[in-house]
Design a protein around this ligand. Structure first.
Ligand SMILES: [Zn+2]
Length: 191
């Protein structure tokens, strides 16, 4: 960043007392800016062994398949954000208390934290195309177009969720997606 959003003066990287790294500080009003990761939420909507996929209508990865999701707003819980993004992108209404955590991923090179949920519906809901989702697919592990996924770095997560879906025995996956040192650990759910 170059200018203070409080007063418009120039900011510069400075050491801040008691802090372990330099921060952008306003030369005029002294406001300190922290560069924190953005929180992205996404949802695996499951009906039987099928998961809802959207064909992305916008960049990045336009025309490829992804699960519905987007960025959390400041006044939302993660579950509320997941429910809202699902509704906005697909027209599918799932209350936030039906959202169950399935994965926490740190995407280090993009400064993002992904909180990923699953929810389970008894019947296939109506979907409505939007700018963000121009087509839909309800895919099992066997018929998902794996070659046309939007975000290949999370393919191991997708495969794990399908394994859990097939077995009915879920866990929570916590890990790191980074260019050359991605790693995950699966945690069992408390009984
Ligand atoms: Zn300022």
């Amino acid at each position: 960043m170059k200018f203070c959003s409080e007063c418009g003066s120039a900011v510069s990287l400075q050491a801040v007392q008691g802090d372990h790294r330099k921060r952008f500080v306003c030369s005029d009003c002294g406001t300190t800016y922290y560069d924190n990761p953005r929180v992205l939420v996404a949802t695996y909507v499951c009906v039987g062994k099928k998961i809802l996929w959207i064909k992305r209508g916008i960049a990045p990865a336009q025309g490829s398949w992804a699960i519905p999701g987007g960025y959390m707003e400041s006044d939302e819980t993660p579950e509320d954000a997941a429910s809202r993004e699902l509704r906005e992108e697909t027209g599918v209404e799932v209350q936030s208390d039906k959202m169950m955590l399935v994965s926490v991923s740190s995407i280090l090179h993009m400064s993002q934290t992904h909180l990923v949920f699953r929810c389970h519906l008894d019947t296939t809901p109506e979907t409505t195309c939007t700018d963000e989702a121009v087509d839909f697919g309800w895919y099992t592990n066997d018929d998902l177009p794996w070659a046309d996924l939007a975000f290949k770095s999370i393919e191991p997560q997708i495969r794990q969720v399908y394994r859990w879906l097939d077995s009915g025995n879920y866990g929570i996956r916590i890990g790191v997606v980074d260019q050359d040192r991605s790693h995950y650990k699966n945690y069992p759910l408390a009984k």
